[in-house]
Design a protein around this ligand. Structure first.
Ligand SMILES: Cc1cc2nc3c(=O)[nH]c(=O)nc-3n(C[C@H](O)[C@H](O)[C@H](O)COP(=O)(O)O)c2cc1C
Length: 213
């Protein structure tokens, strides 16, 4: 069992990283492997909405998004971490996730379906819950069980030093990581007992247009 933690901050070792690292420690103590992936500082091109991914099964823009999709396939669960920027997710992580999830969706990659996921955010002061809502949307449209803690998954601080002083936020990350590990173990036990993810139907797209109305 292996979890991928995505650091959606331009800061490789900042507050978001500190929060994700804390979860990694708990995963280790629970016997779950984990790895932190940094999306980097360089600009990520926005989605062109060309839908070429439906045919190519990858993004037409050849950059880290396609590399990431190949790499991400091999994990059993995903944590997306972002700093709060203007009460939303970071300007880097949003185009990254748009393209990753569109390729998965339109390109029928099924990289993420039925794998647990959660979002965590770091904020100096405000905008954390809206950012969590924003990030959870990617999971909720992808049949991913969303794991929760015992509070909304946020840490407060403007630096790693401040984040570790947010004792409640850090404790919640431990609850969250243990719940995540528990769900992964439940899934494994279910698989061993012959319980597999449900059969998929052919998908219906209506675009809100109905014949005869
Ligand atoms: C462009 C920008 C916008 C920000 N907007 C907010 C905000 O709306 N609310 C907030 O609490 N903190 C805001 N911050 C502060 C960061 O969320 C906070 O310092 C965070 O812990 C940084 O995480 P990092 O070190 O992983 O980048 C903003 C920071 C930047 C650079």
């Amino acid at each position: 069992m292996k979890v991928l933690l995505i650091n959606g901050s331009p800061n490789k070792k900042g507050s978001t990283f500190t929060a994700l690292s804390h979860m990694s420690e708990v995963f280790k103590s629970e016997g779950v492997e984990s790895e932190i992936y940094h999306i980097g500082k360089e600009p990520v091109a926005p989605c062109r909405a060309c839908y070429s991914c439906a045919k190519l099964q990858k993004c037409i823009i050849e950059d880290k998004v396609n590399e990431f999709l190949e790499f991400a396939m091999g994990f059993d669960g995903y944590v997306i971490g972002s700093p709060v920027h203007y009460a939303g997710a970071s300007g880097g992580v949003v185009p990254f996730l748009h393209r990753v999830f569109l390729v998965n969706h339109m390109g029928a990659r099924n990289c993420f379906e039925h794998k647990p996921a959660t979002a965590i955010v770091s904020a100096r002061r405000a905008g954390a819950t809206t950012t969590i809502d924003q990030l959870n949307k990617y999971f909720q449209i992808t049949q991913m069980p969303v794991v929760s803690g015992r509070y909304w998954n946020m840490v407060h601080g403007n630096s790693p030093d401040e984040v570790v002083k947010d004792l409640e936020g850090m404790q919640n990350l431990r609850f969250l990581a243990r719940n995540f590990a528990y769900l992964l173990k439940c899934k494994e036990a279910a698989k061993n007992a012959g319980i597999l993810p449900p059969e998929q139907e052919e998908v219906i797209y209506t675009n809100f247009i109905r014949d005869g109305i």
